[in-house]
Design a protein around this ligand. Structure first.
Ligand code: SF4
Ligand code: SF4
Length: 91
């Protein structure tokens, strides 16, 4: 079977690699988060929101929501203050 992704055409033999599933979780250092929302915008599974609560600096800090995180690390990579730790397990 041939299927199409944004990176081109792939044969079935690559299917397992490409669709390998991961379960992820993140931990945000809420006191260091400045609530910029960059992580929220870059999460492919919409697993991050800004909290209704604020930290000691008055910022609405980021927090994980739901169970859809795949541990892709996008959020940690784009966070300008490196306050996100990503955990990932293969499922
Ligand atoms: S690791 Fe990926 S899926 Fe999980 S919260 Fe961060 S950006 Fe979203
Ligand atoms: S990108 Fe970093 S500083 Fe900005 S809201 Fe997310 S965790 Fe906080």
């Amino acid at each position: 079977m041939i299927f199409v992704t944004t990176k081109g055409l792939f044969e079935n033999k690559h299917l397992n690699k490409i669709t390998m599933a991961f379960k992820g979780a993140i931990d945000v250092d809420s006191q260091k988060c400045k609530g910029c929302g960059v992580c929220v915008e870059n999460c492919p599974t919409k697993s991050i929101e800004l909290s209704k609560l604020v930290n000691n600096k008055g910022y609405h800090y980021a927090e994980m929501v739901g169970e859809a995180c795949i541990g892709c690390s996008n959020c940690a990579i784009v966070c300008p203050d490196s306050v996100i730790t990503v955990y990932r397990v293969k499922i």
